[in-house]
Design a protein around this ligand. Structure first.
Ligand code: HEM
Length: 374
């Protein structure tokens, strides 16, 4: 859990309190629904447009190279700030890591990987009662980088210093707060914006980088995808009149879907086990009784490499496994879809899934249409 001025932010990811989780998730879920997505698309378009233009200015010349993973992180962060606060804070415009948040995230993930397995260490290093108290009284500030970042963005947005002319996540959260002020207080609202900064950028950037990586090392697939996009535009199936492929048009590109889905399969952004706690009375899982309090879970990397579901060539990136129209193909693809776990599953499944897909399905074809990547 992240921390702000000595207060531990009980987030959706971190809480073990099921009732609290359910209540918080229900309070904010409207902001992440498919119907809200339509309202965010123009915000994503703005960032895609700037991203393409800046790529051209900075990197599209012979001999120039680009740290593409970092560049995609800048893109993903700007989309998240656009969608949350109606304002791109300038990762892409200024080509910089605003407030050093990406550097901070890299550090914190290195910390979280081992400490997440030995959580008591966190009480010593970060959530230490002395540091927490000192932070509450303003003697030190042990706030998480994401909490500082989100506090600053919220202050900018609520100060009215810049014009906000569209729907954003913060508007939706403020609406939810009006309806439920006691439960969804300022602390919980900050918890949500902080969670989004933590959850929404790195995951999307990793997935985007992986799509481009696999396309580049599989030139025949790269060609095939380009052909699909070009032919769909030539036949009028989709349009790129604005230079950006719309979400609706991207749904008409089956090979694009296959490439993205295959990337999610072979390189899910979250590689750890997605943990769950067995309830106190214990439960039977896969034919075995597991005592209450046991931490159990699945790793997407393991689930996505089951030969009996995905075929013997599970270690190979092959988008064609997601193609086919026969009844048998449809049965096979349905079975694979049911096992896909890149966004987790059940009551804790990723809330930002639709936003992430919106970004990916727009950026990949729009980028390939404009540039040749090598
Ligand atoms: C490709 C990009 C993304 C991937 C692969 C991803 C993956 C995940 C995974 C694996 C979980 C845990 C699910 C579980 O335990 O079953 C999760 C949770 C979550 N994600 Fe994402 N995510 C992505 C993008 C986003 C974005 C863009 C946002 C916000 C705009 C977001 C917000 C969240 C939130 C709030 C949760 C906690 C849900 C809960 O516990 O109720 N994610 N995500």
């Amino acid at each position: 859990m992240q921390i702000s001025k000595g207060e531990i932010l009980q987030s959706l990811f971190g809480t073990q309190d099921q009732d609290y989780h359910m209540k918080l998730r229900r309070t904010v879920s409207g902001a992440f629904s498919m119907s809200s997505l339509v309202q965010y698309e123009p915000r994503v378009n703005d960032t895609v447009r700037v991203f393409l233009a800046r790529t051209e200015e900075l990197y599209a010349a012979p001999g120039k190279s680009c740290n593409f993973i970092l560049w995609l992180q800048y893109f993903a962060f700007d989309v998240i700030t656009e969608i949350t606060y109606s304002r791109r804070v300038g990762f892409v415009d200024n080509c910089e890591d605003v407030d050093g948040i990406i550097a901070w995230l890299n550090k914190i993930f290195d910390y979280q990987a081992p400490v997440g397995q030995m959580p008591w260490l966190d009480k010593l290093f970060v959530k230490n009662p002395i540091m927490t108290l000192a932070s509450k009284y303003g003697l030190i500030d042990n706030s998480s980088g994401t909490a500082k970042f989100s506090r600053a963005r919220m202050a900018e947005r609520l100060s009215g210093r810049y014009k906000k002319d569209s729907m954003d996540l913060l508007t939706m959260f403020l609406k939810a707060q009006k309806e439920n002020p006691t439960f969804f207080d300022d602390g919980r609202l900050l918890t949500m914006t902080t969670s989004i900064a933590l959850a929404g950028s790195d995951t999307t950037a990793i997935s985007l980088a992986a799509v481009f990586y696999y396309l580049l090392i599989n030139p025949e697939c790269y060609e095939k995808l380009n052909r699909e996009i070009d032919e769909s535009i030539a036949t009028g199936l989709i349009s790129d009149a604005s230079g950006i492929i719309t979400w609706t048009d991207a749904q008409k590109l089956p090979y694009l879907h296959a490439c993205i889905q295959e990337t999610f399969r072979i390189h899910p952004a979250i590689a750890m086990i997605l943990e769950r706690l067995v309830p106190p009375q214990g439960m039977e899982i896969a034919g075995e009784f597991i005592p209450g309090g046991t931490v159990v879970g699945c790793s997407p990397w393991v689930m996505h490499r089951q030969p009996e579901i995905f075929g013997e060539d599970v270690d190979i990136w092959r988008p064609e496994r997601w193609m086919g129209n026969s009844d048998e193909d449809e049965r096979r693809i349905k079975k694979m879809n049911m096992v896909m776990f890149q966004f987790g599953g059940g009551s804790r499944t990723c809330l930002g899934k639709h936003i992430a897909l919106l970004e990916m399905y727009k950026l990949v074809p729009s980028f390939l249409r404009r540039f040749e990547v090598n």
